[in-house]
Design a protein around this ligand. Structure first.
Ligand SMILES: [Zn+2]
Length: 197
């Protein structure tokens, strides 16, 4: 899939996992520190959602990081190792070690957690493409569960669908914040207004 669709996927997965991230890690931090961590979490998810395409010279992420791209480009086929569960497992172990070494530093946790879920979103989206990915690398079988063609009209519609879900999710979160933090029951307010007419 294209950079645009992967960006949407990375944003959506960060939104979906945001509540877990906040309750698991940010509950004891001040609001300013929490907000900074959330921004880093979203940014890391964005980078993670683009990173697996480092195995393709012409991708956005490869152009941004030509040195890393050279390392992966020489050794990996496109949609091979970097698009596999093995890569995710290695990433998980490395991040776990970095977090332990950093003594559970919240900034490091936000970066690692965000990057990891963004990375996962990339694999999920590429599994929906006709071309598939070598999810079970080193086994050389391209797996896919759907047949969206990269850069086709189908992908553009799919990206619009993702953006629609993102909008719904943001609205739902605004509703939750209004309700829980400011004690404003928006739905009740709208109902009352309708009855008044
Ligand atoms: Zn990819």
């Amino acid at each position: 899939m294209t950079k645009q669709t992967h960006s949407s996927g990375g944003f959506l997965i960060a939104l979906i996992t945001l509540n877990v991230f906040i309750t698991k890690y940010l509950i004891h931090y001040s609001i300013s520190y929490g907000l900074l961590s959330i921004v880093i979490f979203f940014y890391a998810s964005h980078i993670g959602s683009l990173f697996p395409d480092i195995d393709m010279k012409s991708s956005f992420i490869s152009k941004r990081h030509p040195f890393i791209s050279k390392i992966f480009g020489k050794r990996c086929r496109h949609r091979g190792f970097t698009h596999s569960l093995l890569a995710m497992l290695i990433l998980y172990v490395i991040f776990k070690l970095i977090i332990i070494i950093s003594n559970d530093n919240i900034i490091i946790i936000s970066m690692c957690y965000g990057f990891f879920i963004g990375y996962a979103s990339h694999l999920i989206l590429d599994l929906l493409t006709k071309e598939g990915i070598e999810l079970l690398y080193p086994f050389k079988a391209n797996l896919n569960v759907f047949f969206i063609k990269t850069n086709s009209n189908g992908e553009k519609y799919f990206n619009r669908f993702l953006k629609f879900i993102i909008s719904l999710y943001i609205l739902y979160n605004i509703y939750l914040i209004a309700n829980n933090v400011f004690h404003l029951d928006i739905l009740n307010y709208l109902n009352l207004n309708n009855f008044g007419k």
